[in-house]
Design a binder for this molecule. Sequence first.
Ligand SMILES: [Zn+2]
Length: 264
Amino acid sequence: MLRLNITRICLTLLPFVILLLWLGLRPDKNAERLNSYSSPKSLTDRLAYDNSSKETPDFNPNHKIVFPLVFPIKGMKFDIIKNIPDSRLPGAARLYRGANATHIGVDLYTGKCGLEVVSPASGWIISISPFEEFPDSRTRDSILKITEKAGFTPEPVLSNLHGISVVVFHGWNDAGEGFYSRLSHLERLSSNFKVGDFVNRGQILGYVGATGTSAQFKTGKEKESGCHLHFEWHVLKDGKDTVLGLKESDFNAKRNLYLQLFSP
Ligand SMILES: [Zn+2]
């Protein structure tokens, strides 16, 4: 009698045991989903928390730019440009890169790393330099000796000095001028996006850092004080690529040009 009951209980439980086994052995849907995120996918999908539009437009090389630009560091006001020292503007000397080397961006110092860096206008990512392994400070110094001797900064050296860097193409205005921005020294990129992805105006691209600079080898306060965004604004016109404000000899004129970019 007792044996019969045990058999009956076992038979009643059998479907549940099978169900539990199946639940335990079936492929993990969550894991599958996570894996699929590491494969190339649209940036707007992966940055859903940015409230990006669902559609990822195809790369449109004729895209129209929209001014004014959004200041590329979230939470900072664009009028800090009024007080940027000359040495952090385009055209300032960069003697450590050779006698004729000049700075071709605006250095926006933040006092700490990690602030959000956003795209100043919508557009397409056209270049990413994600240095995985930076040289140690001795190697960096040796690389810089090449520029001293050459008298200018060869492209691969410059690319090394930019650290983690993103370039976004923002389109054209009615006068036929094209625009792109470069955002450099990022601590890290916001996502595993790829060249060709569309980004919205104000969309987070990464975080302020010190990569590619001498500050990246420092620790604590010294590193924090070296954290900045190197922002370049390029204008394509008449077959030339020029950097806004590079040619102006007056540094106040340079500041005004950059203030105009962001002024409503
Ligand atoms: Zn710079």
